[in-house]
Ligand binder design. Structure first.
Ligand code: MSP
Length: 505
């Protein structure tokens, strides 16, 4: 089945930070898991390059929007690469094919009677690129997010008849309770719709950095229309000569944080209906990473530097920590201390040690060959249905819950090693058969959890599976007992070595 997953396209007015890494990693974990299941996956990320946020930042820096976009798009592309994201394409909204496709789709919307010329009057936040309603302001005229004063603007704009989509949207929500997840975000979006929808500006006339409105080149499209359409346009040109939209549209899941819920849950499906395109199957709205209870953002300056963490501890450690620490869908705090604790207690001590102990015992007691053995009932029972449970969690985009399921078995294996004490069995010649069984069970259990962990910690999982002599990553193989004994194990340096605290500080 086709599985199309996207991240938001990130603004190039700032440099990439942990919040961007977070969403990209989560989407990558989903994409990798679905590939293990044999699904036909397309994973998209990229950069949002038009509009005031970028134009203003360029002005402040004394450069042109295009130059700033070129410079920062590279950094976002590098971020994706460095977190080991397996995105199938990286879209830039300055791509000429994107620009042409936006013009084509929005011309169709205009021809369909969903657009009219009107006058916008209100307070617009150039940093959010958002038209604020009274209720969204603080002190009567300030942006609640950026705290800056917003001037009252009046300009001629083309408008999109969002109000006409109130009923179709309510119907969509009624028919598809899983359209927006988690449920609290579904409720939030629906109540926003039920409050009544106003038409919104489709174009800006005081800005030149954007996609020109083809029927009136004095205007450029309001950046959100240009940006949202990336999810569709990318498919039309990601593979030259091929239109992937036939294969991958509608998207399976758009992943984002709650800051851009309204655009995705209200404007986006309405726009697609107007363009006579199918609406996505799901939106998944995750929470904010908080540092000391504040939303982490560049402007607040309280940022964990993902690049530094990856350099010191490796990419897998960052991926694991972010997916594990904050329950996906909720807000949660992250900190350097929290990271170090999980790195040491979970990655190094629980998983890393289980791996090195198991390999060392197979090497020492069985000359490096995993013995043949019957899966012991107690352990087999615990593994029973594991891959299915993990799969169900992934279907619900419950990435942290999927990881929790797997980690429970990592702990179970450590307990099993402790209970069976193979180092004691090795001293007793009469216990040889039992030792075979225990070593087989540990190696096999380790293989199964590692196949399942692959989307989270791909590099480590690949190294460990290679050392275990069975590199098959497909999900069918994540069944306890699917691997036989008899494989020769290889060398494995520590997966999560101790990092000197001084270096980490
Ligand atoms: N350009 C728009 C999105 C257009 S999508 C058609 C935009 N860009 S952004 O650079 O501001 O990125 C916002 C997204 O970055 C969030 O929705 C989320 O995915 C991610 N995050 C940024 N900071 C974050 C946190 N502190 N915590 C969690 N996610 C974070 O909005």
């Amino acid at each position: 089945m086709a599985y199309y997953v996207t991240t938001p396209i990130y603004y190039v007015n700032a440099e990439p930070h942990l919040g961007h890494a977070y969403t990209t990693i989560a989407a990558d974990v989903l994409a990798r898991h679905m590939r293990q299941r044999g699904e036909d996956v397309f994973f998209l990320t990229g950069t949002d390059e038009h509009g005031e946020p970028v134009a203003l930042a360029a002005e402040r820096l004394g450069t042109t929007p295009r130059e700033l976009a070129d410079r920062n798009a590279v950094r976002f592309r590098d971020l994706a690469r460095q977190v080991d994201a397996t995105n199938d394409f990286f879209i830039r909204t300055s791509d000429e094919q994107h620009v042409a496709a936006v013009q084509e789709v929005l011309s169709r919307v205009e021809r369909g009677g969903h657009v009219y010329l009107g006058t916008y009057e209100g307070r617009y936040c150039p940093r959010c690129a958002d038209f604020k309603t009274e209720g969204e302001l603080i002190d009567g005229n300030r942006c609640a997010i950026h705290k800056i004063e917003l001037a009252l603007e009046r300009e001629e704009n083309y408008f999109f008849r969002l109000s006409a989509f109130q009923e179709p949207l309510e119907r969509l929500y009624a028919e598809r309770p899983g359209f927006v997840r988690p449920e609290n975000r579904y409720n939030e979006a629906l109540s926003f719709i039920r409050q009544g929808l106003n038409d919104i500006s489709l174009s800006r006339s005081q800005l030149t950095w954007g996609v020109p409105v083809p029927w009136d080149e004095r205007h450029v499209f309001y950046v959100w229309f240009d940006a949202l359409l990336n999810y569709y346009t990318a498919l039309t040109y990601a593979r030259p000569g091929e239109d992937l939209s036939e294969r991958f549209w509608p998207a399976t899941v758009h992943v984002m944080a709650k800051d851009i819920l309204k655009f995705h849950a209200v404007i986006w499906p309405a726009l697609l209906m107007a363009a006579e395109l199918e609406v996505p199957k799901h939106l998944f709205v995750h929470g904010y990473l908080l540092m000391e209870e504040e939303k982490m953002s560049k402007s607040l300056g309280n940022v964990i530097d993902p690049f530094q963490v990856m350099e010191l501890y490796g990419t897998d450690a960052l991926r694991y920590y972010l997916m594990r620490e904050v329950s996906f869908g909720q807000d949660g705090s992250v900190s350097t201390e929290g990271f170090e604790t999980r790195y040491t207690t979970e990655l190094a001590n629980e998983y890393g040690n289980l791996a090195s102990r198991t390999l060392a015992m197979v090497a020492r007691y069985r000359d490096g060959i995993v013995p043949e053995g019957e899966p012991p009932d107690a352990l087999a029972g615990d593994f029973d249905g594991l891959a299915e449970r993990v799969g169900e969690r992934f279907d619900a985009v419950a990435v942290t819950a999927a990881l929790d399921e797997i980690w429970r078995l990592v702990r179970r294996l450590n307990q099993y090693a402790q209970d069976e004490a193979p180092w004691q069995l090795a001293k007793d010649d009469d216990a040889a058969e039992r030792l075979d069984q225990v070593l087989y069970a540990l190696a096999e259990g380790l293989r199964v959890v590692t196949v399942l962990l692959h989307p989270f910690v791909p590099k480590s999982a690949e190294r460990l599976l290679a050392a275990l002599g069975d590199e098959d990553l497909s999900l069918d193989r994540a069944q306890f007992g699917a691997g036989g004994g008899g494989t020769r194990i290889g060398e494995l340096p520590p997966l999560f070595p101790r990092v000197a605290r001084a270096a980490a500080a």
